[in-house]
Design a protein around this ligand. Structure first.
Ligand code: NI
Length: 148
């Protein structure tokens, strides 16, 4: 495994819409492993492919109970809402309030291309929404709720 550089705010790559990941090969597995190492070293709870310079639709999340790899994730349902502070490894030191669903269900593929469904609540739902936004070039600061 190897740590990768995290793309920072201001880089155009963070604004781009990513394309589907079509190949489930050793290269994908390697990048996912690298992303996990990069995320843990940076003390993050999620990381998306564009944050390591790859414009493909996959991301990882770990809110403390193990890493979840989401390849080509699609939101299939959401409910409730939560407002809480959010940050991003691409925007170090900045935290703002963002409204997210309390509960989400996503469909995705694993690193071998196998389909699965996942339901998450609370912080995990927030992290999944944040990372999936990255795949569409959306940053949490684009969704921040400014307090008066
Ligand atoms: Ni982020």
């Amino acid at each position: 495994m190897a740590k990768r550089n995290i793309v920072k705010l201001g880089d155009e790559i963070l604004k781009k819409v990513c394309r589907s990941q079509l190949k489930f090969d050793e290269k994908l597995a390697q990048i996912l492993d690298d992303m996990a190492e990069t995320m843990y070293e940076a003390d993050g709870v999620g990381l998306a492919a564009p944050q390591v310079g790859i414009l493909r639709r996959y991301c990882i999340v770990d809110v403390g109970d193990g890493v979840i790899e989401l390849v080509n994730p699609v939101l299939i349902s959401k409910s409730g809402e939560q407002i809480g502070d959010e940050g991003c490894l691409s925007i170090p030191g900045r935290y703002e309030k963002v409204k997210r669903p309390m509960k989400v269900t996503v469909r995705a593929q694993d690193r071998n291309g196998k389909n699965f469904k996942l339901t998450a609540e609370g912080l995990k739902a927030r992290a999944i929404c944040h990372e999936m936004d990255h795949l569409d070039g959306i940053l949490f600061i684009d969704r921040s709720i400014k307090e008066k």
